[in-house]
Write a protein that binds this ligand. Structure first.
Ligand SMILES: *[C@@H]1O[C@H](CO)[C@@H](O)[C@H](O)[C@H]1NC(C)=O
Ligand SMILES: *[C@@H]1O[C@H](CO)[C@@H](O)[C@H](O)[C@H]1NC(C)=O
Ligand SMILES: *[C@@H]1O[C@H](CO)[C@@H](O)[C@H](O)[C@H]1NC(C)=O
Length: 445
């Protein structure tokens, strides 16, 4: 009965991340699916934010757009890979320009690197793990927020939230860099607010098709009313795919990892080797297609770790979440603060030595480059909305981590009423992020 993720989609026009800086037209597509989701009691629909420059007639159609020629081309063979690799710095900048991505941030990052040498800095590492993954983006410290665009429009998942722009977030203290150099993303804790509670949703300025992304957070939001996530999304939702890497709602104690795709991507349970539990809600196939599963997609609940989400996560000082997306498929690992592999700390990741992942979405019945492409990663903290605030979720007792319902725990009949009137309950609803690192490979992709 646990509704799986209902996550937001943002069908960015391919190669138009710059659209984020313009006011998008809000549109809701698939109201029928919403009603279906609610009727089935499983999950609500994810409405879609439309990119700019669409006619209103386009907005009402759920058009299956042909995949555009990939901007982040994968090499056809090793020779091409090597060439791409040897010019990775310029490739990155060129991609940034081509994509309209803020290239200032890349130069900021390069400028804040400890030396002018290549970022991977393997020559100075104390050990050499012969990793096939090379660090190409290191978002951390004072320049952390330079690598993101701030989403300051309506929440596509209908949260009781007001996402603010970067200026507001800095001015009102919702984002900051703490004395340890970690990035803080908080929510407004004013006791009574109207309309929505202020928070941030940020979109990473790197577009990637395949790769290894590591995220180290010491703390994440949790508690009744909250719905935090670290995830990635592609264009033309759901055709570019969505990968929900760290996500949950309310007082849940288990991470819910989910994929959302176009039609045709399936998981073969017998072929997955993972610690979590593969689930597609009440659907009898492990189908990742959003439109065929009332937007549930295919999910894996981390039933294995007690510290993979929320209170348990924070109690151990968080740790590192790793998402590897390559020719094998998509795998996600979780390492708490006390078990971070030395190769990760050395920035020479060796996924082959990390053991069984929490979630394994093999390529067997789901081509990882057909159903997923051109992703960017996202942090957000929303409240209530389609998942945390759904009546059947707010009132339900018995989820892992929630012996009592949030209605009973808070004394509020609705999620929104609680969120709007109990700001002091959200002091703990913050992210403390040490870094997001992107590694690329000339052999694994
Ligand atoms: C590999 O790529 C290189 C560079 O694009 C090309 O010259 C070569 O013909 C390719 N080899 C094969 C086997 O496709
Ligand atoms: C990445 O950033 C972290 C934190 O600022 C820093 O310790 C590390 O040296 C950086 N790595 C590289 C290769 O610059
Ligand atoms: C990763 O490397 C491949 C070549 O191996 C390249 O085509 C691709 O653009 C790179 N991706 C990023 C995000 O730099």
């Amino acid at each position: 009965m646990i509704p799986t993720n209902t996550f937001a989609l943002l069908p960015l026009a391919a190669m138009a991340l710059s659209a984020l800086s313009a006011q998008p037209v809000s549109a809701r597509i698939g109201g029928g699916a919403l009603q279906h989701g609610l009727r089935s009691g499983k999950k609500a629909h994810l409405p879609v934010m439309e990119p700019v420059k669409r006619s209103s007639s386009d907005k009402t159609k759920r058009k299956v757009k042909k995949r555009k020629t990939s901007c982040v081309a994968r090499p056809n063979n090793a020779t091409a890979s090597l060439t791409a690799s040897s010019t990775s710095a310029t490739t990155s900048t060129a991609l940034g320009n081509e994509w309209g991505v803020n290239t200032e941030s890349s130069s900021t990052w390069q400028a804040t690197s400890t030396s002018s040498s290549a970022p991977a800095a393997t020559s100075t590492a104390s050990s050499n793990y012969n990793s096939e993954w090379k660090l190409t983006e290191n978002w951390s410290g004072n320049s952390f927020f330079d690598h993101w665009s701030f989403w300051s429009w309506d929440d596509p998942t209908h949260g009781t939230v007001k996402y603010v722009d970067a200026g507001t977030a800095w001015n009102e203290g919702l984002i900051s860099i703490n004395s340890k150099g970690n990035a803080i993303m908080k929510v407004d804790t004013t006791e009574h607010v109207s309309g929505g509670r202020k928070s941030v949703r940020i979109h990473g300025n790197l577009v990637y098709t395949g790769g290894l992304v590591l995220m180290d957070a010491l703390h994440m939001p949790h508690g009744c009313g909250t719905w935090p996530a670290w995830w990635s999304n592609g264009p033309n939702w759901p055709y570019g795919g969505e990968i929900d890497i760290l996500e949950g709602v309310n007082a849940f104690s288990q991470n819910q990892i989910s994929l959302h795709t176009g039609s045709g991507c399936k998981m073969v349970e017998s072929e997955t080797e993972q610690q979590g539990k593969l689930t597609t809600g009440s659907f009898d196939q492990f189908n990742c297609a959003s439109y065929e599963t009332s937007n549930q997609g295919c999910g894996v609940r981390d039933t294995y770790h007690s510290d993979g989400y929320g209170e348990g996560y924070n109690a151990v000082g968080g740790g590192v979440v790793a998402m590897k997306w390559d020719a094998e498929g998509i795998k996600i690992w979780w390492f708490n603060r006390n078990s971070i592999p030395a190769d990760i700390t050395a920035e020479q990741p060796m996924p082959s030595t990390w053991g069984t992942p929490v979630a394994d979405f093999p390529s067997t019945d789901c081509d990882p480059y057909k159903y997923f492409y051109d992703h960017f990663n996202i942090f957000d903290t929303t409240f209530c909305g389609d998942w945390a605030g759904a009546d059947n979720v707010w009132n339900y007792a018995g989820y892992a981590g929630q012996d009592q319902s949030c209605a009973a725990m808070t004394g509020y009949a609705t999620c929104s009423d609680y969120v709007l009137n109990k700001g002091s309950a959200f002091n703990d609803a913050y992210w403390e992020v040490a870094y997001v690192k992107y590694f690329n490979s000339t052999t694994a992709l």
